[in-house]
Design a protein around this ligand. Structure first.
Ligand code: BTN
Length: 328
């Protein structure tokens, strides 16, 4: 059995067994020497697995690292497309940049890049995305069969997937602010940045980057940002299972991406509406052309936001910065 597979097999045998697993059994099953088994155990320990070794008895898994490594994620994943290949970095400048580079070299749809921290994380409108350890930062390579004018559908779909994953896994009742910020109350918990390489009439690839304030605390962010954000750990007054949450995100993206591909956009948009805190709210939408204030009435078939002002004028926004003012 080859190195990575042997290591993964040792890990799953240790996981399955509540007691000790003998080195001899592992060695026979995998077809490597006892010192070979020991080398893999040492490698796993170096990755943060705590493994007890008892002479003449064997090995026992005491705990797994709180890291978003493929060895932790893949055994839980039942996806068809998303996350079949996961690249994990302890630290990277930006997972979106790493994913774009892979996509340009032809990486398969569904490839995921994830990092424990980012040195130069990017947000929308050229803003930095502060990425302390404990958060979840990942990017997914997608190859949408859509014209560039319809990429908003991808963005809204991703927000549905992530909000659903958070609700299911943590019970925190997050909402979606148009187009794809995820909030708790009025404070932001997740930001999503979609970037694409497009020809005139087709999208070569899209990279969707997700930054989630999971096991971080508001104090981990610059003072000026703190009033506008919150974290899952702060709201729950305790840590979340990042591995379970990340796996749930990939599963929801897998499901929604398939729904979209099968023509289920209406269902995805219905989910978006049901989790949105923007609809029926008084909003100010700012674009390069200026600001427009009114009540958010809905989203159109492309995911653009429809707003009606007090004089009855209705405008549709494909992009823009939204501020929630107060309920209508
Ligand atoms: C926003 O401004 O709301 C979007 C933030 C997107 C941040 C994520 S973190 C993972 C990925 N890598 C980046 O550099 N940005 C995105």
């Amino acid at each position: 059995m080859r190195g990575p597979l042997a290591k993964a097999t040792i890990l799953s045998r240790l996981r399955e067994s509540p007691g000790y697993v003998s080195g001899e059994r592992l060695s026979a099953e995998i077809g490597i020497s006892r010192p070979g088994v020991w080398k893999h155990i040492e490698n796993l320990r170096a990755e943060g697995y705590r493994i007890d070794a008892l002479p003449r008895v064997g090995y026992r898994l005491l705990s797994s690292p709180d890291l978003l490594v493929p060895a932790e994620i893949l055994p839980r994943l039942r996806t068809k497309l998303i996350g079949r290949r996961i690249l994990h970095f302890d630290s990277v400048a930006s997972t979106n940049d790493a994913a774009k580079e892979l996509a340009m070299k032809g990486a398969a749809e569904g490839t995921v890049v994830v990092a424990e921290t980012q040195g130069a994380g990017r947000g929308r409108l050229g803003r930095p995305w502060v990425s302390p350890r404990g958060g979840i930062y990942f990017s997914v390579v997608l190859r949408p069969k859509l014209p560039p004018t319809e990429v908003a559908k991808v963005t809204l779909t991703m927000a549905v997937s992530i909000a659903a994953a958070i609700r299911q896994t943590t019970g925190v009742a997050v909402t979606i602010k148009w187009p794809n910020d995820i909030l708790f109350g009025e404070r932001k918990i997740v930001g999503i940045l979609t970037e694409m390489a497009a020809e005139a009439d087709s999208v070569g690839f899209a990279v969707v980057g997700i930054g989630m304030n999971a096991n971080t605390q508001p104090a981990d962010y610059p003072v000026a940002m703190r009033s506008g954000l919150t974290t899952l750990a702060a709201e729950l007054e305790g840590p979340v299972d990042r591995v379970a949450l990340f796996a749930a995100c990939l599963e929801e993206i897998d499901r929604d991406w398939a729904r979209l591909a099968e023509g289920g956009l209406d269902d995805v948009f219905d989910d978006w509406r049901s989790m949105s805190s923007t609809l029926a709210t008084r909003v100010r939408v700012s674009t390069v052309a200026g600001a427009f204030e009114g009540v958010a009435k809905g989203i159109d078939t492309n995911g653009a936001l429809v707003v009606e002002d007090d004089g009855g004028e209705v405008r549709t926004f494909a992009s823009g910065e939204v501020e929630h003012l107060r309920p209508a």
